[in-house]
Design a protein around this ligand. Structure first.
Ligand SMILES: [Fe+2]
Length: 246
């Protein structure tokens, strides 16, 4: 039972000795409880669901080095009860998308695209699999429109949400550079080469830079080979995590 005396004792331990009667100061008490009740989402995730935390944000074992997912994405995935396997997959594809962005910006600065949207899109493209977890292990496309609706419901703008529905539609007429970069990240993370998709991006590079197609392809091929060289480690990382929520 919480008595005034032991509450006062806790406050002194937490805040240090104070003059006056801090127990009767509601602002001090509220601030103290608030400090105990709020913590970064990553810390909360590590306590409530350690496997999810390992998949989404904890340092990875060498030789694989994967950036943590962005905090806002961790929060979203946590809210929708994403299984650790899904968080691990999104982390791997997000990391690869960031490598693609860096490579494209450095090699072909004339090709403009929305790097923030590509990064966010890679980190969330399969979020609909939180609602259709069977599609983590079996083929299926229900997660695509479901994920897109889910992101819009959460207030994510179209510019960032579209990838949940477009990541498998990279060859459709309205596909953008951003759609194709997210789709490419979703292939090359596991070392898969998709010639038609790569050619569509070569065309965009050629249009933006005026380079010969063969020259654009050589540089793209180098970048993709470098990323694909780490595919085995990423696959092993993802496979460590369960497809169920816990
Ligand atoms: Fe994916």
């Amino acid at each position: 039972m919480l008595s005034v005396m032991n509450l006062r004792g806790w406050l002194i331990v937490e805040l240090g000795p104070r003059d006056g009667n801090v127990v009767l100061d509601p602002e001090t008490i509220v601030a103290w409880f608030w400090s105990l009740a709020t913590m970064p989402i990553e810390e909360a995730a590590s306590i409530v669901n350690p496997a999810f935390h390992q998949a989404a944000a904890a340092p990875t074992d060498p030789p694989v080095h994967l950036r943590p997912l962005p905090d806002e994405v961790i929060q979203l995935l946590f809210e929708v009860g994403a299984p650790p396997r899904l968080a691990a997959h999104l982390r791997a594809v997000h990391d690869v998308a960031r490598q693609l962005i860096e490579g494209f910006v450095t090699t072909w600065p004339q090709l403009s695209f929305d790097a923030d949207a590509v990064s966010y899109g890679a980190a969330t493209h399969d979020i609909g699999k939180a609602l259709y977890p069977n599609e983590l292990t079996s083929p299926g496309d229900q997660h695509e429109s479901a994920g897109y609706s889910l992101l819009l419901q959460k207030g994510v703008p179209e510019r960032r949400a579209r990838f949940a529905r477009t990541h498998a539609e990279w060859d459709e007429e309205g596909a953008t550079t951003e759609d194709q970069l997210v789709a490419l990240a979703d292939k090359i993370w596991k070392g898969r080469r998709e010639e038609d998709l790569e050619q569509l991006l070569v065309q965009r590079i050629v249009t933006a830079t005026g380079y010969e197609p063969w020259k654009a392809f050589i540089h793209l091929d180098e970048l993709l080979n470098r990323i694909a060289a780490q595919a085995e480690g990423r696959l092993q990382f993802q496979a460590r995590f369960a497809v169920s929520t816990r």
